[in-house]
Design a protein around this ligand. Structure first.
Ligand SMILES: *Cc1c(COP(=O)(O)O)cnc(C)c1O
Length: 478
């Protein structure tokens, strides 16, 4: 596809984009349980205008745009204060949770090299922790030692203790984990970090903002997960999730400057000007920062608390409704508004497909030794008015899957997959892609029938499913 020879007028350009958009999930209607966090129409307008004020301003150089440096500092101080970091805490605004987490790992690697001469760094990461830690491991050459979780889906502290060795540079805990929304035993992991004199990162990308507000509200009981916990040395908190900012907004906070120093990049070695970056990106729009600053100031503590009340009331009705549906049950003890449910008798990937046909978007998650395959829901304000309708459809869809002639049986698929793996050997990923008809899936349309693909993925060893995914994505983007 070549760039058009002649430019189009503004109306035409925007009309085409609207046309491209028509198959996207209709998140504003409240039927999507992921991706888009909104504090309401007016709040979104405030963010949009603030974002646009800084659309073209560059966060690259805070000395040329002192207003952006000020906005950055204020946003970071807001979050550091929420996380009770005290006067020594320092932080940076980043593009998202992934960047915040990757920076925390890079910082731990470089600090351990400088202070302890560790050249083969390792991190101890519970299986429930976010994939961003695995990404950091791959990108930065830090070995990831994964530990099992307990039956309640929380990190197992003894397993983590057993995984620590002289090369361990950092421990990880989630507040809460994405998959089941449960809180890891942060104080116990903190003790472990202190005993071994290593860093401890708390991934509060989901919970950092919301749980900090909930802690101050009478109706909730939130255990400490922030800098008040001894041993915690860094915390990531996303503003673009339950902080309701526009995407591209997260904060990484460190206990002090001495640790953060290892995050910062600078060089004077090139033919260009002296270069420094506190975070990963170099040139970047001031929009996300201004948008985040705007929503925090627009909502204030009271605004956040009011949204939390609405959302948590909806969550309560969701739990009751889901548990009341025959065979379905909530996994573990989720602490806020992200949670997962499983089924005793049906294939939940088929359930998700049935719900997709009715316009809902819910996410299937894979099984492991102590986790059944399950459905994740990130429950947001947009979903609140839809609770009853959701539960009604969910109940009907469960019945539909139960009475369907087309039940996908996990055991049968597992057997077939094992046979295929033996037959195809090293070519398994390619062959499976062909069988699944996934070779030619373009980026332009959504895939509605995911149950078979998910069931196969669930049955595959992780190294094969990973290879399969890489090939799939490599085909997806042309
Ligand atoms: C969303 C999330 C991340 C990653 O954040 P992105 O903003 O998507 O990069 C990390 N950890 C947890 C627990 C999350 O929910």
């Amino acid at each position: 596809m070549a760039i058009p020879e002649k430019g189009k007028n503004k109306e035409e350009v925007l009309r085409i984009l609207d046309d491209y958009k028509k198959d996207d999930v209709k998140w504003r209607e409240g039927k999507v349980f992921a991706y888009t966090f909104s504090a309401g129409l007016e709040a979104d307008e405030v963010i949009k205008e603030a974002y646009m004020k800084y659309l073209s301003e560059n966060g690259l150089d805070p000395t040329s745009f002192p207003s952006l440096a000020r906005i950055d500092t204020e946003v970071v101080r807001f979050v550091a204060d929420l996380l009770r970091g005290g006067p020594d805490a320092v932080g940076n605004f980043t593009s998202g949770g992934t960047e915040s987490i990757m920076l925390a790992i890079k910082t731990a690697r470089d600090r351990a090299a400088a202070e302890k001469g560790i050249t083969k760094p390792e991190m101890v990461v519970p299986q429930s922790a976010h994939s961003a830690f695995h990404k950091a491991a791959q990108y930065f050459g830090v070995k990831l030692v994964m530990t099992k979780c307990d039956d309640d889906f929380r990190a197992n502290v003894e397993a983590m203790r057993g995984a620590i060795n002289e090369n361990t540079v950092i421990l990880v805990g989630s507040a809460p984990s994405y998959a089941q929304g449960v809180m890891d035993p942060i104080p116990e992991i903190g003790q472990l970090a202190l005993e071994h004199d290593i860093l401890f990162h708390v991934d509060a990308c989901m919970g950092g903002i919301m749980l900090s507000f909930m802690r101050e509200m009478e109706e909730f009981d939130i255990p400490d997960f922030d800098f008040t916990v001894p041993g915690v040395t860094s915390v990531s908190a996303d503003l673009h999730k339950f902080g309701y900012a526009a995407k591209g907004a997260s904060v990484i906070v460190y206990k002090n400057k001495e640790i953060r120093e290892h995050q910062i990049f600078a060089t004077t070695a090139t033919t260009a000007y002296a270069m420094f970056n506190a975070t990963m990106l170099s040139s970047r729009s001031g929009g996300p920062m201004a948008g985040a600053w705007a929503i925090i100031n627009y909502l204030g503590r009271e605004g956040y608390e009011q949204i939390i009340r609405e959302v948590m009331d909806g969550v309560k009705r969701m739990y009751e409704g889901i548990n009341a549906i025959d065979g379905l049950y909530i996994l573990g003890k989720p602490i806020m508004s992200i949670f997962a449910f499983a089924s005793e008798d049906i294939n939940v990937f088929q359930l998700a497909d049935e719900m997709t046909k009715r316009g809902w978007h819910i996410q299937g998650q894979f099984s492991n030794e102590n986790t059944p395959h399950n459905i994740h829901l990130t429950f947001m304000r947009t979903n609140v008015p839809r609770v009853e309708e959701f539960l009604k459809d969910l109940k009907e869809c469960v019945e539909e899957v139960k009475s369907s002639d087309n039940k996908i049986d996990f055991e049968a698929v597992r057997e077939q997959v094992e046979n295929m793996l033996t037959t195809f050997g090293d070519d398994a990923a390619n062959q499976l892609l062909a069988i699944g008809g996934l070779e030619d899936t373009g980026t332009s349309s959504r895939i509605e029938e995911m149950a078979m693909i998910n069931t196969i993925m669930d049955a595959l060893p992780t190294d094969v499913s990973k290879e399969l995914l890489v090939k799939f994505v490599n085909n997806l983007y042309r």
